[in-house]
Design a protein around this ligand. Sequence first.
Ligand SMILES: C=C1C=NC(C(F)(F)F)=NC1=N
Ligand SMILES: [Mg+2]
Length: 221
Amino acid sequence: MARITSGEMKERLAVYFIMGSQNSERPAADVLKEALDGGVTLFQFREKGQGALKGADKEALARQLQRLCRAYGVPFIVNDDVELALAIDADGVHVGQDDEDARRVREKIGDKILGVSAHNVEEARAAVEAGADYLGVGPIYPTSSKEDAKEAQGPDVLRRLREAGIAIPIVAIGGITAGNAKTVIEAGADGVSVISAIASAPAPKAAAAALAEAVRAARTR
Ligand SMILES: C=C1C=NC(C(F)(F)F)=NC1=N
Ligand SMILES: [Mg+2]
């Protein structure tokens, strides 16, 4: 398997759903199935926070959600936990600035997808050097999904990265909804990533479809 191309990565980043067992009262698999039916293009298993599963329980949930994604042809990304990603042959990993060094992770995962969080031009450049396939940039807006989130940066951080010549696929994260997705795409993001906009929605399928439509409409400008 070769490295994902930049073009395919940008397509996959259109509607990037992220969740774990702590993001919904409902079983994660039920929410994920609805999100996949609604058209999410990429999924990240992020098992964090108060009450997060560990060890065998975490791996069992990961495998269950991975099977669902495989049935829909949607790549399955694991947040933080590189060893879990390798153990279950996930399609990729996402690491933040305080996780394992991106260069080391690239060495461990070979051609799998590598996503890196970046908050500024310096971190973005370092992630590109380390072999990232995409950057997660944000929080763009205030978020309720990440306990230790940094200050919301607004869409301008995306413009600053593009003006600095950062051409790598970028997904915006943090407080994104169907109502503000167009703004972040116009500011330079290739797609949007969400937790609560889908996981906390009364109808996750409709929420995913609305996000997909907002991103599609914004791209055709
Ligand atoms: C902290 C994070 C920042 N960005 C992303 C992603 F959207 F995947 F790029 N995932 C995370 N877990
Ligand atoms: Mg992390």
